[in-house]
Design a protein around this ligand. Structure first.
Ligand SMILES: *[C@@H]1O[C@H](CO)[C@@H](O)[C@H](O)[C@H]1NC(C)=O
Length: 471
């Protein structure tokens, strides 16, 4: 019965998904510390990479439920049209649903010469961006304010996104920007004339647009590299830590203040800004949504308003998920002073370029950059206080060190087989489990095969779903 078989096979993934509840709020939740990102609401802890996928969807739903508002999926129709004049391209995206339609043009500046096979890597830069872009990368100047205005609290519901979804949509400006980037990628995927490699896309922005860049990278998994710059509170800072910094005497931006300034968060968030312990997540979980994809954020300790201790504490807590997935080096952070807000200090260029090399050019380079100058106000980061949970090693991932150290071999007890049953030979993982051969798969979400490569090959991250042994 081939038809029945295929129906059963189709039903399996649906059942697996149905087991992952993703409520948008958890009304009885309370925790003064940074909530354990690995803890399911039912008390279980994340143990495998598959568990993390479910936990990740839960956190994504909660962040939308409490502060971001709903990010709609792909509308009925999304199309792209493209024109090019010299090195300047223009991609017009048209999104239509329920008899309404919006469109907007995005200018893309291209490198000179012939695009590599698969197209150019692309940097999507909110408001134009404020980082140096290496040669060989196209840059799309994303006019996010056109999708959702961010002038003041009175700009709520203004912009193309709300023309399509109505100005009572719960989506905050940052969620609307996320939706807009997703539609740009939809259009690029079906517009080969644009010559963009949609598996090599980065997103960046500074300050308010840095908050946006992090939100976009967190929710849009087609982004390979997320680069928030000086995103501060509302970005790579945690609400609870910023509040603590303020109560220790630093003039930092807090949740209470941020909702009176602009429309970066949903109006529903107003109810929580003075009871942060009720949030079943904090921004370390927003950081964690990006994992295992590339993320490098930059902060500036000269601007207290950005909440320096909170930045460092929050990314340190978020990085635990990268550690648990075995890819801590995919998460970078650098926090220095000595420059203006959103000015680029050249001392950070090697860090930035390493992340571009790895995630936009697919080079096997070292991205192990994670540091602070420790120039904080009176409040110091106390990991033991704020992170009172342990970091699991999720099974199904490459070990962080790629180490081949032998684990003790345990001999399984002899199994007794009931008469009449057939014994399927079981594969036992031994200390000498074979390494993957050159060009074989060595990692990716759901991968349970070998994660070490036969020497001298090294396991190179390609995307969330696939890592490969490369020379
Ligand atoms: C961590 O601290 C919070 C706040 O005191 C508490 O609610 C939570 O149960 C603690 N978690 C662990 C694992 O001890």
């Amino acid at each position: 019965m081939p038809r029945l078989t295929s129906l059963v096979l189709l039903a399996l993934p649906v059942l697996a998904l149905a087991q992952c509840d993703t409520p948008s709020t958890l009304p009885s939740f309370t925790n003064d510390n940074l909530p354990d990102p690995f803890l399911f609401p039912d008390g279980r802890r994340t143990a495998t990479v598959n568990d993390w996928q479910c936990r990740r969807s839960q956190l994504a739903a909660l962040i939308q439920g409490y502060e971001a508002g709903s990010i709609p999926g792909k509308p009925t129709t999304v199309t792209g049209s493209f024109t090019k004049n010299g090195n300047s391209g223009s991609l017009t995206v048209t999104a239509s649903q329920n008899g309404k339609s919006v469109n907007w043009a995005n200018s893309i500046s291209y490198p000179s010469g012939t695009p590599p096979a698969g197209g150019w890597p692309l940097l999507i830069a909110l408001g134009g961006g404020s980082i140096p872009v290496p040669a060989g990368i196209a840059t799309l100047n994303y006019n996010n304010d056109n999708i959702a205005q961010q002038s003041s609290t009175s700009s709520r519901g203004t912009g193309l996104f709300y023309n399509l979804y109505g100005n009572t949509a719960t989506a905050s400006a940052m969620s609307a920007w996320t939706w807009g980037v997703s539609r740009i990628i939809d259009a690029l995927e079906t517009t080969p004339a644009a010559s963009i490699n949609t598996e090599r896309i980065a997103v960046t922005g500074c300050s308010r647009n840095g908050k946006g860049a992090l939100m976009i990278g967190a929710f849009e998994t087609r982004i390979a590299l997320t680069i928030p710059q000086e995103s501060g509170s509302g970005g790579d800072a945690c609400w609870r830590l910023s509040k603590f910094e303020e109560s220790s005497g630093s003039k930092v931006q807090t949740a209470t203040q941020i909702v009176t300034e602009n429309v970066w968060f949903s109006s529903g968030f107003n109810s929580y800004v003075n009871q942060l312990s009720k949030l079943p997540y904090d921004h370390h979980s927003l950081v964690a949504l990006v994992a295992p994809r590339g993320l490098v954020s930059f902060e500036n300790t000269d601007f207290i308003w950005l909440s320096p201790m909170s930045n460092w504490g929050c990314v340190s807590a978020g990085r635990t998920v990268y550690r648990a997935l075995g890819v801590p080096q995919n998460h970078g952070f650098a926090q220095v002073g000595g420059h203006n807000h959103c000015a680029w200090p050249s001392s950070l260029t090697p860090t930035l370029n390493a992340f571009f090399d790895k995630f936009l050019f697919g080079k096997n380079v070292n991205t192990d950059f994670f540091s602070t100058n420790n120039v904080f106000g009176p409040a110091k980061w106390d990991a033991n206080r704020w992170m009172n949970w342990s970091v699991p090693t999720l099974s199904g991932t490459a070990s962080p060190t790629g180490s081949t150290t032998s684990a003790p071999v345990t001999t399984p007890p002899p199994t007794t087989t009931a008469p009449g049953t057939t014994t399927t030979p079981t594969t036992t993982t031994t200390a000498n489990s074979p390494a993957q051969t050159l060009y074989g798969q060595c990692g990716g979400i759901g991968w349970t095969g070998p994660t070490a490569c036969a020497s001298p090959a090294r396991c190179a991250y390609s995307n969330d779903w696939y890592s490969q042994c490369l020379p």
